[in-house]
Design a protein around this ligand. Structure first.
Ligand SMILES: O=C(O)CCC(=O)C1=CC=C[C@@H](O)[C@@H]1C(=O)O
Ligand SMILES: [Mg+2]
Length: 369
């Protein structure tokens, strides 16, 4: 497939609401948007989900810049790509750095879909026309703030509420939420804030009929998670522990989890995400599409991926307006009663708002391929 250039734009956008997890609080987002273009006017876009500090994985915006500028672009310049699924193989000699890889691969998938006049969803083999979405609430200042936000988003129709927990902010808080909202699908995300020493506290959560508890233990563990899953009823969902289809295979074999949160950036791109999806389908592991506070391009990629059949649970793909005063796509992603209608326009299905993209772009570099 013809690719004549890759453009790297570094954007700075400020989040409408600060996002707090057991690691800290984020207010502004500094990140890369990638663009792959051909000589026929087609332009594909991708988005890196790396943060400015390596608290979620080892990557940062700066490591992305180094990997893309000094390694990934050269591999594309020296090799012919016939189909976007080949990019994964091409980038294999570069260890990890999955978010950098995914940002470039994603733009190539979008370009390919546009060159063939098909949606990215269809290029991936997706079938769903509508996807159900949930909302992820950062740690709130008080329980009342949390209850108010939960109630607000249930009224908006979001299909499940994800609540951050950590030692000291878990059972009691979730019990208050459960008491006030007895029938709402609720899940907890611990971001690795617990160890097996906390097993009794985690077992108490079984009373609350949670959909799952996400990544309760260490970010790189599947062994202790297997011991925990054997000891509790609540399904364990892995996020940070799963960086590849191989990780997923081992976690499934060890029974470390019953659910996997797939994030395109964390696993290295759409081809790897699809392989994890297919493996989970074969092993009847539920899958949902996690979020990384993306702008509209990344959000659009998540929507396309979530059209695959084993994405059986609502993902963290809320509407643009929950994150941004102004997004970089038009129309923006909107959610109606907890559902996103998948666009039937070619590629990611949303146009780029060139004015907004330009306004938020702090740095731009173009590479001939
Ligand atoms: O994009 C969203 O709205 C969800 C963001 C979100 O929940 C997370 C982003 C990054 C790390 C975590 O804190 C958390 C997650 O675990 O998915
Ligand atoms: Mg998570």
């Amino acid at each position: 497939m013809p690719i004549t250039s890759i453009t790297l734009r570094r954007l700075n956008m400020n989040l409408k609401n600060p996002f707090t997890t057991s690691f800290g609080t984020m207010q502004d987002k500094d990140f890369f948007i990638t663009e792959a273009a051909d000589d026929r006017g087609n332009r594909g876009f991708g988005e890196s989900v790396a943060f400015t500090s390596p608290w979620y994985t080892e990557e940062t915006v700066e490591t992305n810049k180094h990997m893309i500028n000094d390694f990934l672009i050269k591999l594309l310049q020296d090799n012919e790509i016939r189909h976007p699924s080949e990019v994964r193989e091409l980038f294999k000699p570069i260890k990890r750095n999955n978010m950098a890889k995914a940002a470039v691969e994603g733009a190539i998938w979008d370009l390919y879909a546009k060159q063939h006049g098909i949606t990215l969803a269809r290029a991936l083999g997706g079938t769903k026309q509508k996807i159900e979405v949930g909302i992820s609430l950062g740690i709130q200042p008080t329980v009342n703030d949390l209850l108010e936000k939960v109630g607000h988003h249930i009224k908006q129709g979001y299909k499940r509420i994800k609540i951050k927990i950590k030692p000291g902010w878990d059972y009691d808080v979730l019990k208050e939420v459960r008491n006030q909202f007895p029938n709402t699908p609720i899940m907890a995300d611990a971001n690795s804030a617990y160890t097996l020493d906390d097993i009794d506290q985690l077992r108490k959560l079984d009373e609350l009929n949670l959909m799952m508890i996400e990544q309760p233990l260490a970010h790189d563990d599947i062994v202790d998670h297997a011991k925990l899953q054997a000891a509790i009823q609540t399904p364990v969902c892995l996020d940070e522990s799963i960086h590849s289809a191989e990780d997923a295979r081992k976690a499934i074999e060890l029974k470390s989890c019953r659910i996997i949160n797939v994030k395109i950036g964390r696993v290295g791109g759409l081809a790897e995400a699809k392989e994890i999806h297919d493996l989970c389908r074969k092993n009847r592991i539920d899958v949902w599409c996690g979020g990384m506070l993306e702008a509209g391009v990344g959000r659009a990629h998540n929507i396309a991926l979530a059209t695959l059949p084993q994405f059986t649970l609502p993902g963290d793909t809320a509407g643009s307006s929950l994150y941004w005063k102004k997004d970089i796509i038009k129309p923006e992603v909107t959610v109606n009663d907890g559902v996103i209608t998948v666009s039937n326009k070619p590629g990611i299905g949303y146009d780029i708002d060139e004015q907004a993209l330009k306004a938020f772009t702090a740095e731009k570099e173009v590479f001939d391929i």
